[in-house]
Design a protein around this ligand. Structure first.
Ligand SMILES: Cc1cc2nc3c(=O)[nH]c(=O)nc-3n(C[C@H](O)[C@H](O)[C@H](O)COP(=O)(O)OP(=O)(O)OC[C@H]3O[C@@H](n4cnc5c(N)ncnc54)[C@H](O)[C@@H]3O)c2cc1C
Length: 485
């Protein structure tokens, strides 16, 4: 680790990509860092899962050619040679059938829209993708904007069912900037290269490889990683630091970066001002219930199948149409995600009930799927996933500097005018690290504690260095059912 005169002791809440990337940048800048993660396994929403004969991301992830800060981090970790890029195909389940929507010819053949509607859709997408700043769109509700840009027919036949699927009732509060950001992100995958085809990437081994390398680098630079430490309370200390406690464990830091969801942060920080707390509490999240299948056969030719009919899941993501089946021991890996409100009864339904519902609907999409083709299935749930970009969202986003001195917030709610993705989180991690640097410089004369003054960063409570587990223990929210059993 680089030795540094004004090295601060930084605590980071959360061991997902934002926490680990922030730690990486701060250690590189010469600070002392301790990461506190509530769960036994690092990775947060991008963590991996042991699917039996292989490991892969618990939720599906892809990388875009336009994800510059994320690709830079991957490069800094020495993982660029492990990147793989694939031309992927897009499908639509419309009018009771699967349709390809990959090439211009597919688009012309698409049966759900008239020629005029296709023209409106094409021109509308080109127009939306060229809007540079989505800030003005934050004031427009999503529905009238889509009708204005694409026409009533395209809205009713395409956008409305897609919005119902992706946002449910939350679509009524969501601003047009959400759909603009989604179109722009997807369009950016086709911008590079002459073919204008969709090209998506992944790191060999999935995000597990990225987290392994981040952990290695963090530990090499002297960072501390503590897992199974759900922080319960944070308070300011007399010397302008932040004290963090979890049961009997108590640690003092000069500065803390919280990457945990805003509602969780509000609960564990009693000293927040009423105004700042109100901002944290104002953010609403969509949750995720996702069925994951390990199959003996390929299901569709598409990486992503969009659904414009009323089905219990939001889409079909066939991961092995992006990643090689060498990654999955020859099996096919398919996710059936459902974005929904955290109060959806699906969160309390039994895994069997969720599966029955999803399985019956999947039979409509792929009627020839035999029970014997399904080797295993799993249900994963997370209640706080996607902050809802409501009207004037940037006005309600809490500042990165909270009302508690030296407590910074760097979580997914800080994404403005973009979609939830790791590229945005790497940008936010960089911003948080830069803010710590600024604090360290501005207040250099103040800090009473410095590296080597006898008050070192607390040692790990876990024995030995943190090791990413080879196999995950099944958490109560996940369920593993062997179809053979
Ligand atoms: C279904 C799905 C698909 C996705 N697809 C993509 C994709 O294709 N491409 C892409 O780039 N991104 C994708 N994402 C988004 C990506 O997963 C997120 O951007 C990223 O994981 C967010 O990371 P984070 O570190 O900010 O938050 P999290 O991953 O939520 O990490 C926060 C951490 O804080 C911990 N924590 C909570 N409370 C406490 C506490 N009290 N004390 C200590 N620790 C605590 C949590 O356990 C968690 O590990 C997807 C997400 C989902 C759910």
């Amino acid at each position: 680790m680089q030795s540094k005169q004004n090295s601060l002791r930084i605590g980071i809440l959360g061991g997902g990509i934002t926490g680990l990337a922030s730690a990486f940048y701060l250690l590189r800048a010469g600070h002392q860092v301790t990461i506190l993660e509530a769960r036994p396994q690092l990775g947060g929403l991008a963590t991996h899962f042991d699917f039996g004969s292989f490991h892969w991301d618990k939720f599906y992830h892809c990388i875009l050619t336009s994800d510059a800060p994320l690709l830079e981090l991957i490069d800094e970790l020495g993982l660029t040679p492990e990147l793989r890029w694939t031309e992927t195909k897009v499908g639509f389940f419309t009018l009771g059938r699967l349709h390809s929507m990959t090439t211009s010819l597919d688009f012309l053949r698409f049966p759900a829209l008239s020629l005029w509607e296709k023209f409106r859709l094409g021109v509308g997408i080109l127009y939306a993708a060229r809007i540079q700043d989505g800030l003005a769109l934050e004031q427009e509700p999503i529905e009238p904007w889509l009708v204005r840009i694409f026409g009533e027919g395209v809205y009713k036949k395409m956008w409305e069912p897609l919005l119902k699927c992706k946002l449910g009732e939350a679509r009524k509060q969501t601003s047009a900037s959400f759909i603009w950001a989604t179109i722009r992100r997807l369009y950016s995958t086709r911008e590079k290269g002459a073919s204008k085809k969709e090209c998506l990437g992944y790191v060999r081994g999935g995000y597990r490889t990225v987290f392994f390398r981040l952990v290695e680098k963090i530990q090499e630079m002297g960072g501390h990683i503590m897992t199974s430490v759900p922080v319960e309370e944070m308070r300011s200390t007399r010397n302008r630091g932040v004290s963090v406690s979890c049961g009997p464990l108590k640690m003092d830091f000069d500065c803390v970066i919280s990457t945990v969801p805003s509602s969780a942060l509000a609960k564990l920080t009693p000293e927040l001002s009423a105004e700042y707390r109100a901002k944290l509490d104002a953010i609403q999240y969509m949750g995720m219930v996702c069925a994951v299948m390990v199959l003996k056969r390929k299901l569709t030719p598409y990486y992503c199948t969009n659904i414009t009919q009323d089905l219990p899941f939001t889409g079909v993501i066939e991961m092995t149409n992006l990643i090689s089946t060498e990654e999955t021991n020859g099996r096919h890996l398919v996710y059936l995600p459902k974005y929904t409100s955290p109060g959806d009864p699906l969160f309390n339904a039994t895994d069997d009930d969720v599966w029955q519902k999803f399985h019956a609907a999947l039979k409509q999409v792929v009627p020839d799927l035999a029970d014997d083709d399904i080797e295993q299935c799993f249900i994963f749930r997370e209640r706080l996933v996607q902050p809802i970009p409501v009207l004037n969202y940037s006005g309600i986003v809490p500042d990165m500097e909270s009302s508690v001195e030296h407590l910074l917030v760097a979580n997914t709610t800080q994404i403005v005018n973009s979609t939830l993705n790791n590229n945005e989180m790497v940008k936010i991690a960089r911003k948080a690290a830069a803010m710590v640097e600024q604090i360290a410089e501005e207040e250099a004369g103040f800090w009473p504690r410095r590296a080597g003054n006898g008050q070192s960063v607390p040692t790990k409570i876990n024995s030995g260095p943190y090791v990413l587990p080879a196999a995950t223990t099944t958490r109560s929210s996940s369920w593993h059912k062997s179809r053979k059993a």
